[in-house]
Design a protein around this ligand. Structure first.
Ligand SMILES: [Fe+2]
Ligand SMILES: [Fe+2]
Length: 144
């Protein structure tokens, strides 16, 4: 069975791979591919954010009693990601390459720094705090 860390790290990698595809298509001005790949990436990353906000963070907060710590920072960064994602969706629709690629760089940086904090701190802390990772994983997988 996967730990929370293993499962969520793989989810990060899967999101990154989809993002890279969409970015490459936009760089080629292949907007039909970019739109399809962007949609796939958006759906996956929005699901990831919900899995964390609806299951993982509340579990972490309940197990550790920390509600003003790392999860608060992570929720704020999710908000910044959602703002960028929404702006970038508009760029895909408008086929605005310059703006899309500019925002893509900002989003990439934000995601890299955010994911590093989760992978090095939050996920391992959650794994250590949890009695039953399988039950939490199952609840996360049920988030659509
Ligand atoms: Fe996150
Ligand atoms: Fe994450």
């Amino acid at each position: 069975m996967d730990s929370i860390s293993q499962y969520m790290q793989q989810h990060h990698r899967d999101c990154d791979a989809l993002f890279t595809l969409a970015e490459a298509s936009a760089a080629d001005k292949d907007w039909a591919s970019a739109a399809a790949q962007w949609l796939e990436f958006s759906e996956k990353i929005h699901q990831h954010l919900r899995m964390e906000e609806e299951v993982l963070f509340p579990t972490f907060e309940a197990e550790t009693g920390q509600t003003q710590g790392p999860t608060m920072v992570m929720r704020m960064e999710h908000k910044q990601m959602r703002a960028l994602l929404s702006e970038m969706s508009n760029c895909v629709e408008a086929q605005n390459q310059d703006r899309f690629l500019g925002l893509a760089e900002s989003l990439m940086l934000l995601i890299q720094q955010h994911n590093m904090k989760e992978e090095q701190m939050l996920y391992p802390m959650t794994d250590r705090a949890l009695g039953d990772a399988a039950a939490v994983l199952a609840r996360m997988q049920a988030v659509d």
